[in-house]
Write a protein that binds this ligand. Structure first.
Ligand SMILES: *Cc1c(COP(=O)(O)O)cnc(C)c1O
Length: 503
């Protein structure tokens, strides 16, 4: 538990006496002293000055999280309230003076801050969309911080001294890693699909297998993206089986391309067939058409056994796909980004399209992506990519870690056992894949309450629902998070009335 956590709240209010370390500029102070003067002749306690309230370290923290104006509003509101009902406020245990009482009321009045903050992923889902998908490599985060806080050569060609193109920065790396002739990067995977379809197929027909006209969630549906791009969807085959012949029959005078889509977050099992990508490419090219592929989760070699269903970009390029798109923050383990690789002439068309400007990536995304791609280009650095580590870790290692946690929690009085669990890749990658995993089950008479409380600890913990308690899968708890996890669990297990309110 670091300083600033809700656990500390009570202590901090208690320890806050008159010593005011944080000095916040306080415009209303003048007006306050007048109030103080009149009050000094009366027996009633005088209302604390806004200036001295703002100087309290706990209030300074509220200002950091909610902004000056909102905290002022809260303090004014709560001060009036506490003047109206001084006895009730003063009698509260743990609030020995009116300033601290007002500050505590203001914290409640403001409610929990909605700020982005780290959350411990106890779900075992490696690429968790609700939790920001892939955590990036430490080196990539450092690179983004170093570049983001300074000027850079984002669009300056240092050789010629002329204006450069941000799309040239990662071209060589992506070509080398995928075997493609050319590459570009846009804001995300959805943008990549939209740009490719708009620039290459607008006003024409695009043939898609019925089993691949999917929705991946968050409003991304292939038929809708196609409509938005101005292309017309021609669906072929059936939900479970689409043969090469189905594609061939759908070709008409207005057909521009076949679109192959990775069936991201579901799997059709049993009596199924999908036209092999190589044969599809051959058919497309024989008939003067393009083959486009949305791979969803980008994957660069080498391939892990758990991901046998995932197709690396290189494989698609080698099979003859003309343009392949993929996400940056799924299995690739980088920032949000959309990778587009393929034939040089087509990529040139994409780069020149007006949408490319609207969908371009910013320097932070590019710096994270660049550093991550460099990890792939240097096999000795693969272990630096957190997604990679989490997919590679052996179950035995996870079990040992869980045993350590359980021991510590038991010592602290928590009813905990080590359990075997099943994680998944997530993020629409390798649907149905199972990752054998281990973790802990923390028992609680009111499991739902425990899980809700874990979302309010500092840091919050997203756990798995299990009868009788909450389970934490060790796979997705990052290496440095053990102590925070244990303290969050103990905080959530504390009997009622002792848990913090959240800042
Ligand atoms: C995830 C995904 C996308 C969208 O990528 P974002 O980076 O989330 O925009 C598109 N298509 C497929 C098949 C996906 O799995």
């Amino acid at each position: 538990m670091g300083p600033g956590g809700p656990l500390d709240l009570q202590n901090r209010w208690g320890a806050l006496s008159a010593s005011s370390e944080g000095s916040f500029p306080s415009p209303p102070a003048k007006q306050e002293s007048a109030v103080a003067k009149t009050d000094s002749r009366e027996p009633r306690p005088r209302p604390p000055a806004l200036g001295s309230l703002l100087a309290l370290p706990a209030v300074a923290e509220l200002v950091r999280n909610h902004g000056h104006q909102r905290v002022l509003e809260a303090l004014r509101e709560c001060r009036t309230e506490s003047l109206a009902a001084p006895a009730r406020g003063g009698a509260r245990p743990g609030a020995p003076n009116p300033e601290l009482e007002i500050a505590a009321r203001a914290a409640l009045w403001l409610g929990p801050s909605r700020r982005l903050r780290p959350v411990i992923n106890g779900t075992g889902v490696v690429v968790h969309t609700n939790l920001g998908r892939a955590p990036i490599a430490a080196a990539a985060a450092r690179q983004a911080a170093a570049l983001g806080s300074r000027y850079s050569n984002l669009e300056l060609d240092l050789d010629s001294g002329r204006r450069g193109d941000r799309q040239d920065l990662l071209g060589d790396l992506l070509q080398e890693l995928t075997g493609a002739e050319a590459a570009m990067v846009v804001n995300n995977g959805a943008a990549a699909v939209l740009l490719a379809l708009t620039a290459l197929c607008r006003g024409k027909e695009v043939v898609v297998s019925r089993g691949e006209a999917i929705e991946i969630g968050g409003g991304f549906r292939i038929p809708e993206i196609l409509r938005l791009s101005g292309a017309r969807l021609v669906d072929v085959g059936t939900t479970n089986r689409t043969r090469l012949g189905d594609y061939a029959q759908a070709i008409g005078p207005r057909t521009a391309a076949f679109l192959r889509v990775h069936p991201s977050n579901f799997r059709i099992q049993g009596f199924t067939s999908r036209a092999p990508v190589g044969e599809l490419a051959e058919l497309a090219h024989r008939r003067g058409l393009l083959l486009l592929e949305d791979l969803g989760s980008g994957l660069l070699p080498p391939v892990l056994p758990a991901l046998s269903g995932e197709e690396p970009l290189r494989r698609s390029i080698a099979a003859g796909v003309d343009v392949v798109v993929a996400s940056g923050d799924k299995l690739l383990g980088a920032s949000q980004a959309g990778l587009i690789v393929g034939r040089e002439q087509l990529l040139r068309t994409l780069r020149r399209h007006p949408l490319a400007r609207a969908l371009r990536p910013d320097k932070l995304q590019l710096s994270v992506l660049e550093e991550t791609l460099l990890c792939y280009a240097n096999p000795g650095r693969l272990e630096e990519i957190p997604v990679w580590q989490m997919l590679r870790v052996r179950p035995e290692q996870l079990r040992r870690r869980a045993l350590g946690w359980a021991e510590r929690l038991r010592q602290a009085g928590a009813e905990t056992e080590v359990v075997s669990l099943e994680g998944t890749v997530g993020g629409g990658a390798a649907p149905g894949s199972r990752l054998d995993s281990w973790g802990i089950l923390v028992r609680h008479p009111r499991p739902r309450r425990l899980r809700a409380r874990l979302l309010r600890t500092q840091p919050p913990v997203l756990c798995l629902e299990r009868p009788g308690g909450a389970a934490i899968d060790a796979r997705t708890v990052l290496p440095g998070e053990d102590e925070e996890l244990l303290s969050s669990l103990l905080e959530a297990l504390r009997p009622d009335g002792e848990a913090g309110t959240g800042a």
